[in-house]
Design a protein around this ligand. Structure first.
Ligand code: ZN
Length: 113
């Protein structure tokens, strides 16, 4: 059993790769700006717009519109005596603010509503 020899590297038809002649400058894609920051409820990997460091955001939960709507809803349905304050203790209904761990820049807020 014999194995056919592989065609020599860069032979015609083997691939389309061509070596650039010396002196030829091949334009490289230039990365401008920061990747689009898409806030989520979890820490996001991105490049800080202030200190230009690749970071994983530090998140903090904030009371948002949904939190207050839930409080109002609890009040409407008769949850008096402090029960209406439950939404302030539940992170699920809160907005998520993303901060840079290096420079503490606010990078974005994921709002529930
Ligand atoms: Zn930063």
């Amino acid at each position: 059993m014999s194995v056919a020899p592989l065609p020599p590297y860069n032979a015609q038809g083997y691939n389309n790769y061509q070596i650039a002649p010396p002196g030829l400058i091949i334009p490289q894609p230039v990365f401008i700006g920061t990747p689009a920051f898409i806030p989520s409820e979890y820490p996001v990997q991105c490049v800080c717009s202030r200190c230009q460091q690749p970071i994983t955001t530090r998140i903090e939960k904030q009371n948002g519109l949904l939190t207050w709507l839930l409080v109002g809803g609890f009040l409407l349905f008769g949850c008096w005596f402090g029960c209406c304050l439950i939404p302030f203790c539940v992170d699920a209904g809160k907005d998520t603010a993303h901060y840079c761990p290096s420079c503490s820049q606010l990078l974005g807020v994921k709002k529930q509503i």
